[in-house]
Design a protein around this ligand. Sequence first.
Ligand code: CO
Length: 384
Amino acid sequence: MIRDSKLLVILICVVVVVAMAPAQDLDRTARLLEELTNAAGPPGFEGPVREIVVREFEELGAAIEYDGLGSVIATGPGSADGPRIMVTAHMDEVGLMVQYVRPDGFIRFKTLGGWLRQALPDQRWVIVGSAGPVLAVSGLRTIHVTPTGERNQVWPLEQIFLDVGARSAQEVEAMGIRPGDPVAPWSPFTVMPNGRYAAKGWDDRVGIAVMLEAARRISEGEIQTPNRIVWVATVQEEIGLRGAQTSVYIADPDLGISIEAGVAADYPGARPEQAQERLGGGPGMFLLDSSMIPNTKLRDFFFDVAEEEGIPLQGDVLTGYGEDGAEIQRYDTGRPSVNITVPTRYLHSHTGIIQRSDFDHAVDLLIAVLTRLDGSTVERLSGF
Ligand code: CO
């Protein structure tokens, strides 16, 4: 009881401090990161993210195409007639799907993408129904009624539910919620100390933002590239690289660069045996993941460019992570491909953390590579 009231006082203090803090003073890049991460876009339901991506590319005067699944393929301006370089990131994020509504108004769901079971209860979510977004809570059975033997258990999916405040299935229906509707985490973008940002959905909105920033800088004419750069924002990556599989035929790349949220393993309990990236260490490159091994010449090219430019670049060898670069690698008869990352803590959860300097360095590195690639370089990297 005493412990509870102490907790309440702390909570009230936190609420007061947050309420008193000045509005976040964000530059254009941070505002883009905020808008992208706050948008709801589980696999197959990327609409709100696609709107932002298309708006940004149209602002740059790019030509927009779509594949049959809803991936966005953008080219030019500032794009030359050289080799076709596919730069890709995915718009979807891990989420849920409404499975069925119980007569008492509680909602059962299935997961879209890889979630730890312990990350599902006790969170806020947004159900995107036909009448607009509805806040939902994945209720946590209170400790007061949980038998001692069950207090440390991870609950199976079948025991977790969403509560939208309804008292019946009819009320849920009246809110515009139906089976098959997407559910996204709710966790607003927040600035932290040391240039760190907390938000949901870094995987892979951070990759989308790297791509948009690089495209903006190139199209504004500061940078000349001899390549035909094809910017691709894919769908349904989290459920099997599906948008990359289809959009690669439109991009028709000679070489591919995938941009992803990396796996920072720089917090208590994470070990280098699992992943080796850390926040503040610069962008990362997957040297091995569960979907591909990068082309070794392209890998070395990235590290050489990074060294010339004084940009830190971390290698990461891990498994249990697949990414869109693999679909480029296996396109047609095979293409050189790499996966570049912005190190991210706690991905596939309600709140991940990135560091702004890693993001900026990732944009710098991508631009440095895109300006150095040309016909003969791509031919050299593609040969054996
Ligand atoms: Co991803």
